[in-house]
Design a protein around this ligand. Structure first.
Ligand code: PLP
Length: 379
C-alpha cells in the first residue's frame, strides 16, 4: 500500500545523514561527559563542539545554549524560571500557544501569577495593538511575553523583529516558542530583541527527546531540574550525547540546504492548496496559508461529510498520515483549542497536512484522489 506521511509538524523522519552521524557516537562515545578520564573527556569535547556549532547557526554565543529533552521542557523551564528567578508576576501570552506554554502558564496562575491573553483576529494573527495595550496598562508588573513564532496547527507567523522591538521598548521579557521554525528559517539573535527561544530537533529531521533553550546572556536564571552540575549547573542529568550530535547534524543540514528546502516545501504546499481548490468544492483553509504562514503547514477546512469523525481514520486506511486538532494529540479526537478560539466549526473535518523535503507532488496527487473519492461516496 502507498504510504504518504503528511504529519511533519507532529514529527519528522530522521535524515539519513543524521543517522550516519550518530552511529559512531553510539558505538564509541559512551563515556559519561562528567567523567575525568579520556572516555569522559572525549564525550565532553563532542558536546561542547556541538554547543558552539548550534550557537553559531543562530548568531548566539555557546554560553547561551542549554540542551534539554525538547521543546516542552524548554518552554516549562522558561516560564517557571522567569517567575522564580526574575520576579515575573505577569505572563502575557496568546490563546493559540502550544500546551507546553498554556498549561504551564495555567499552573503558574494557580500560584498567584497573573495571566493575560492577547487578542487574535479572525485569520489567527495576534492583534499587536492588544499586546501594546496590555503592556501599557500593566507598567508596574514584571512581565514575560510568550508568543510563538509559528503556530503548530494553522501555521500563522509573527515577526520576531517587530515584536522583540515592541516588547523591549516596554521593558518586558520576551520568550518565543520557535519549535516549529528552528531549522526552517534563519535566525540571527544578534539582531533580535529576544530573551528566550526554544528548539526541538525532531521537528527538522533530528532525533526525538533533544532540544535546547536559548537564554540571552544578560539574564541569569536557576535550573528547573536539580541534582547535578551538567549544562553549567543549569540542567542536571547526564547529557544525551547521541541526541546532541543528532540535533547539531540536523541543524547543519537544515541551514546548509535552507533555501532549497524552503522553496521545495513551499512548492508542495502551494500545489496542495491549488489542487484542493480545484477538486474539492467548498473547501477553505484555517489560518492564512497564502499570507504570513509557515511553509510546512496547511490546515484545511473541509465541507460537511457523513464521515467527519472518521475522516482521519479513512485517510489512514488509504495510507495517508495527517492530523486533526493539536499536533501532539493527533488521533485523540479532542478538538482543537486553536480552532475553538478562532470560532471554526469543528463538526466538519479540519485536517492539518504538514510537509517536509521528503514529500513529493505525486503524494499530493494521490491524496487529492483519495479525498475526491471520499467526497464522491460520503458527501
Ligand atoms: N511547541 C510547539 C509549537 C510544538 O509544536 C511542540 C510539539 O509539537 C512543542 C512545543 C513540544 O516539543 P517537544 O515535542 O520537543 O516536547
Amino acid at each position: 500500500m502507498k504510504k504518504v506521511y503528511f504529519d511533519n509538524a507532529a514529527t519528522t523522519p530522521m535524515d539519513p545523514e543524521v543517522i550516519e552521524a550518530i552511529i559512531p557516537i553510539m558505538k564509541e562515545n559512551f563515556g559519561n561527559p562528567s567523567s575525568v578520564h579520556t572516555f569522559g573527556r572525549e564525550s565532553r569535547a563532542i558536546i561542547e563542539k556541538a554547543r558552539k556549532q548550534v550557537a553559531n547557526y543562530i548568531g548566539a554565543s555557546p554560553a547561551e545554549i542549554f540542551f534539554t529533552s525538547g521543546g516542552t521542557e524548554a518552554d516549562n523551564m522558561i516560564l517557571k524560571c522567569a517567575v522564580n528567578d526574575l520576579g515575573v508576576n505577569h505572563i502575557i501570552t496568546s490563546p493559540l500557544e502550544h500546551h507546553a506554554v498554556l498549561h504551564t502558564a495555567e499552573f503558574l496562575q494557580q500560584n498567584g501569577v497573573k495571566i493575560s491573553y492577547v487578542d487574535i483576529d479572525e485569520k489567527g494573527y495576534v492583534v499587536k495593538e492588544s499586546l501594546e495595550k496590555l503592556l501599557d496598562d500593566n507598567q508596574n508588573d514584571t512581565i514575560l511575553v510568550s508568543l510563538m513564532h509559528a503556530n503548530n496547527e494553522i501555521g500563522n507567523l509573527i515577526s520576531l523583529k517587530d515584536y522583540g522591538k515592541l516588547i523591549k521598548s516596554k521593558g518586558a521579557y520576551f520568550h518565543s516558542d520557535t519549535v516549529q521554525t528552528m531549522g526552517h528559517y534563519l535566525f540571527n539573535l544578534e539582531n533580535l530583541n529576544i530573551d528566550f527561544l526554544t528548539c526541538s530537533a525532531h521537528k527538522f529531521h533530528g532525533p526525538k527527546g533533544i532540544g535546547f533553550l536559548y537564554v540571552n546572556s544578560d539574564i541569569k536564571i536557576s535550573p528547573m531540574i536539580t541534582g547535578g552540575a551538567q549544562e553549567r549547573n543549569m540542567r542536571a542529568g547526564t547529557e544525551n550525547i547521541i541526541g546532541i550530535v543528532g540535533l547539531t547534524k540536523a541543524m547543519e543540514i537544515a541551514y546548509r540546504d535552507l533555501e532549497e528546502h524552503q522553496n521545495y516545501v513551499q512548492g508542495i504546499k502551494s500545489y496542495m492548496i491549488e489542487q484542493l481548490e480545484q477538486n474539492i468544492p467548498g473547501v477553505s483553509f484555517n489560518g492564512d496559508p497564502k499570507g504570513k504562514s509557515l511553509y510546512t503547514v496547511l490546515n484545511v477546512h473541509f465541507p460537511p461529510t457523513d464521515i467527519a469523525e472518521m475522516f482521519l481514520y479513512n485517510l489512514d486506511i488509504e495510507g495517508i498520515a495527517a492530523s486533526g486538532g493539536s499536533a501532539c494529540s493527533s488521533g485523540t479526537n479532542v478538538g482543537s483549542h486553536v480552532l475553538r478560539t478562532l470560532g471554526v466549526d469543528q463538526t466538519v473535518p479540519n485536517i492539518r497536512f504538514s510537509f517536509s523535503k521528503f514529500n513529493t507532488k505525486d503524494e499530493v496527487d494521490y491524496t487529492i484522489n483519495v479525498l475526491k473519492e471520499l467526497y464522491a461516496v460520503n458527501a
